[in-house]
Design a protein. Structure first.
Length: 224
């Protein structure tokens, strides 16, 4: 099955209220265009240089898609990210939020939507806020005071090497944090996104409350 058919199949199976991000890491321009032709309207990239490559390379297709930063955002890559992205899913500290907020006006007129990344498995080798709601809400409250970014929810990766069922309790825990965040009814926010679940785990993630899933292999096939 080719990329076009893969995307059509997945979009038909996944509920309409779930946003599908095509994780286009290492994919070429023609592959990304094919996925857009099939109905993809959100593209995610782990690395800013690949985000730039896709955003520049797809030409007029750029107007059809929302571009997401879904990987760790280094401080020296913030300017380039803001030049080409529409959303940043990996805010993992107050310090990083402040750096992004400070630089937005140079590149974009409207506030940039952001998600707080939660290191739900609390692994030392991963980025993200610790899985503690006090820490999550403290960052969220500071972001509400920032003029140039707007908090829209939470994002997580989940621990690697786990089956979909083994990831279920982590996704359920994330949904709990998401619900608590919504209940705060913070000003200057638009809490509507819980980004979790990938090709191997998206079904369980949706069952546990994801509003956004990030799919790569299941759309594009195995990477070279």
């Amino acid at each position: 099955m080719n990329i076009y058919d893969n995307v059509k199949k997945m979009l038909a199976e996944i509920p309409d209220n779930i946003t599908v991000i095509a994780a286009a890491k290492t994919r070429n321009i023609d592959e990304v265009k094919e996925s857009i032709d099939a109905g993809i309207s959100h593209i995610g990239e782990n690395y800013v240089q690949e985000l730039e490559y896709i955003a520049k390379g797809i030409g007029d297709y750029r107007e059809k898609v929302t571009m997401h930063v879904i990987g760790h955002l280094q401080s020296n890559k913030i300017n380039k990210a803001l030049e080409f992205c529409d959303m940043i899913q990996t805010i993992d500290s107050i310090k990083r939020a402040r750096k992004v907020n400070k630089r937005v006006p140079k590149f974009q007129e409207q506030p940039v939507p952001v998600l707080i990344e939660v290191n739900i498995s609390d692994e030392d080798n991963k980025h993200g806020v610790r899985p503690d709601f006090d820490e999550i809400q403290s960052i969220a409250r500071v972001i509400t005071e920032m003029e140039h970014i707007r908090l829209e929810g939470l994002m997580t990766l989940g621990p690697f090497g786990k089956t979909a069922e083994e990831l279920r309790p982590y996704f359920r825990q994330m949904k709990g944090y998401y619900d608590q965040l919504m209940e705060l009814d913070l000003p200057n926010t638009d809490i509507k996104t819980l980004s979790m679940g990938m090709s191997e785990s998206y079904k369980v993630a949706i069952e546990e409350g994801a509003t956004m899933v990030r799919l790569g292999r299941i759309l594009y096939g195995e990477r070279d």
